[in-house]
Every structure is written in C-alpha cells, then in structure tokens.
Ligand binder design. Structure first.
Ligand code: ZN
Ligand code: ZN
Length: 220
C-alpha cells in the first residue's frame, strides 16, 4: 500500500519531535530514532540516491565517530536504500581508528561525503524542502570541515548549510593548491573555488593545461 505523501507540515512535526527529544535529554537511542524518522519523512521515504522505496535507513553523511556534535543534526542525515547504503560502510565500520585523520582510510570516503551532501542539497531544491531546520548543520560543524580542508573557519561559502558542506568538501585542499602553484611558479587563490569557476589555467612544460575547477552539481 502506498504511503501518503509527506508534506512540509508532516516534516515539521517530525522535526519538532526530534527537537523535543533532544531538549528533554532523552536517551541517545531515542534521539537517534527521532532523527532517523525526521530524515526519512523529509526525504519522502525514498532513497535520495536511486529513489527506491525499499529497505530504507537514515545514514550519517559524516560519521558519528568523527562528528559526534552532528549526531542529531538534520543536515548530516540522508535516506538511503540498503544497496546504496551498504557500500558506504564497507571496510570501514569494523574498528574505526579515531586517532587517524579523517581521510586516513582513503580519499574515496571524502568523495562519497562530497557527493552525498551534493545530492541531498539538490533533492532539497528540487522538492522545495529548504525550510528552516530541515537541513541544519551548525557553524561549528562547518568550521570543522573548513579547517580540515585547510581553510580559515571564517571563510565564507555560499548557500544553505548542506550546500556549504558540499562546496567545502569539493575544494582542492590549500596544501595541494599551493604545491601546484609552486610547481608552476604561479600564484594561487586561497579563496573558495565555486562551481563553474576555473582557476589558473596555464601551460605546463609539455604544453598541457594545468588548472582546477569543481563540477557543476548538476553533473551528479
Ligand atoms: Zn538507493
Ligand atoms: Zn550509514
């Protein structure tokens, strides 16, 4: 039997229940359940990636172990089906080593995070669900992401929080940029690079083009 479509009001009600559970200091298990219910209601009970409506769960885009403060933040959650979910945890959940930097287990995981924030932001725009509180990430969390990528935490990225998260993870880190700049004897911006913008396209020794950009989100 088809489930009735979700509405702004039904998502708001799920958000209110989550906020109430957190404010009332309810158990972590209970708060996580409310968080998961809110995320799935907001995402219309379908996988945001492939739109399947079977075997759904709410996934923390940035792992809880690295970002405990975002455990109940709505912008860190995305609804995924089992097929789309299982690969994200593969080789990963056994014994997380929190003393290692976030990408110690490979840049692939960072690319996956970038992609999930991207498709979540697009889904919000396409379904007109960008309501206050529906896709929240705190300034503290965004500052952590910026620091990880080598940016000053005050660096401004445009858009609502989830889009900012996507844009931050889509950057080439400043250390890599500086290395490219040094290798080519050219200056390099320390500012954010936004979709559609390309920086410093120059001919290398072999006449090749050296530069960087980030893809338009629509590419996903
Ligand atoms: Zn899926
Ligand atoms: Zn997950």
């Amino acid at each position: 039997m088809a489930r009735p479509a979700t509405t702004i009001e039904s998502v708001q009600a799920a958000l209110d229940r989550l906020h109430h559970a957190v404010a009332a200091g309810q158990s972590r298990t209970r708060c996580l359940r409310r968080w998961s219910e809110m995320v799935r209601e907001r995402d219309d009970h379908r996988c945001v990636d492939c739109h399947s409506t079977r075997n759904l769960s709410a996934h923390h885009i940035c792992r809880k172990v690295f970002l405990p403060e975002a455990e109940f933040q709505t912008g860190n959650g995305i609804t995924l089906c089992r097929d789309c979910h299982v690969g994200l945890h593969r080789g990963f959940n056994g014994r997380p080593d929190t003393t290692e930097p976030m990408d110690a287990q490979g840049g692939e995981k960072l690319r996956q995070m970038e992609r999930l924030y991207c498709i979540l932001d697009q889904d919000a725009v396409e379904r007109d669900r960008l309501q206050p509180g529906f896709y929240d990430l705190s300034e503290q969390v965004l500052a952590k992401f910026k620091l990880f990528m080598g940016f000053d935490p005050d660096t401004v990225f445009p858009g609502p929080p989830v889009r900012q998260a996507y844009l931050i993870w889509a950057q080439t880190s400043l250390s890599v940029r500086r290395a490219i700049a040094a290798a080519n004897g050219a200056p390099m911006t320390d500012g954010p690079i936004l979709p559609g913008e390309a920086y410093i396209v120059i001919g290398g020794d072999a006449g090749e083009q050296v530069g960087m950009t980030i893809k338009d989100p629509r590419w996903y």
